[in-house]
Write a protein that binds this ligand. Structure first.
Ligand code: ADP
Ligand code: TYD
Length: 203
């Protein structure tokens, strides 16, 4: 089973992905916890290219290619082998993030993202957990973290508001695999809801 977490920066995806992985391991499942961009050595190299340095370094189209290249490597080397071995794969962000951040935020490039996805990736998650949160709260949380990977967070509140609305739209578009969870609560409460949703979907 392939599970992804989506949502704006600071919504709590990484925290919830980790808590879910721990909970499933306790029940005896084999879990691979991974993230995008990254999740394989080559994709982690591409992560540095897209998340560090001058924010204007890449055009929106080049960014789509870079994120998709990273995803292809991640899929070949990490995700597909784990799924073939019968493991549960939990991924912090996946193609829905490209649909939003590259497909929506710098003009309407959604069709380009989808075409490249069909051509080069061709896999959708079995289950996507959308952690929904007020962008002001998410941004405050994200800013509280230290690090040099700030270029998308630096785009500010207006962009995060657009991304939140976009993710809610995606949840309606792909309603069969999306589950919406309110992230503006203590992490343990959110995690309990995540476990309920995942238990219902697990074979
Ligand atoms: P994301 O991966 O969506 O950017 P993180 O899981 O990294 O979000 O969380 C961002 C920050 O907020 C971290 O410092 C984390 O410890 C904190 N955090 C995560 N979940 C919660 C929560 N439910 N309530 C308060 N703070 C949280
Ligand atoms: P991530 O490390 O998940 O950041 P955060 O924990 O703050 O949510 O992702 C880094 C950034 O990469 C994030 O701002 C969103 C961006 N991103 C894209 O623009 N396109 C993509 O396809 C992916 C996977 C991420």
């Amino acid at each position: 089973m392939f599970i992804t977490f989506e949502g704006i920066d600071g919504s709590g995806k990484s925290t919830q992905a980790r808590l879910l992985a721990e909970a499933l391991r306790v029940t005896g499942r084999e879990v691979v916890l991974t993230r995008e961009p990254g999740g394989s050595p080559g994709a982690e190299e591409i992560r540095r290219l897209v998340l560090e340095g001058d924010p204007d370094r890449w055009s929106a189209e080049t960014e789509i290619l870079l994120f998709t290249a990273a995803r292809r490597d991640h899929l070949e080397r990490t995700i597909d082998p784990a799924l073939t071995a019968g493991k549960v794969v939990i991924c912090d962000r996946f193609a829905d993030s490209t649909r939003m951040y590259q497909g929506l935020s710098r003009g309407d490039l959604r069709a380009t993202v989808d075409t490249l996805h069909r051509l080069m990736i061709g896999r959708e998650p079995d289950l996507t957990i959308l952690i929904d949160i007020d962008p002001a709260v998410g941004l405050a949380r994200a800013k509280g973290r230290q690090g040099h990977e700030e270029r998308f967070e630096d785009m500010g509140l207006a962009l995060q508001q657009q991304m939140r609305a976009g993710f809610l739209g995606l949840a309606r578009e792909f309603s069969a695999r999306f589950r919406l969870i309110d992230g503006a609560r203590p992490a343990e409460e959110v995690a309990a809801d995540v476990r309920t949703v995942v238990q219902a979907a697990l074979p």
